[in-house]
Ligand binder design. Structure first.
Ligand code: ZN
Length: 136
């Protein structure tokens, strides 16, 4: 089954924690064991998995990405948001995560983030929940 989750991002650049929304999608699917594939259908947003216990980690990631890829740096792209495109490509548009006991099987400190680089705006994530072939 394919599900779509919708996220209103909070600022120009932000890591929005979507772990709870993904776990709700999995719970609604009834799948206890399998894989969850995520895809972001945008060119200036991406997906990343990192610490969600201490919010300073997300802020550090965003700040260091800004240093690596400044908003203005003589880019050719005429729309003015080349930095957002580059950051989105660095993080990637998809992730595949195991499902165990009806939830994402993440490390203790891990969360799944939609990475916004040209917001705030409405974003979508397509979610495919794939059960194990055998029962269980
Ligand atoms: Zn653009």
């Amino acid at each position: 089954m394919l599900k779509e989750i919708s996220i209103r991002t909070s600022s120009h650049a932000a890591l929005e924690d979507i772990t709870d929304q993904l776990n709700r999608v999995i719970a609604e699917s009834g799948v206890r064991s399998g894989i969850c594939h995520l895809f972001v259908p945008h060119t200036t947003a991406g997906i990343t998995i990192n610490e969600d216990a201490d919010p300073s980690v997300a802020r550090d990631i965003l700040r260091e990405l800004d240093k690596l890829i400044p908003w203005r740096d003589g880019y050719e792209h005429g729309e003015g948001n080349a930095a957002a495109h580059i950051k989105a490509s660095l993080l990637g548009a998809s992730a595949t995560i195991l499902i165990d006991n009806g939830r994402l099987k993440l490390g203790t400190w891990q969360g799944v983030y939609l990475a916004e680089f040209d917001g705030p705006r409405q974003r979508r994530v397509w979610v495919k929940v794939i059960p194990d072939r055998e029962a269980g």
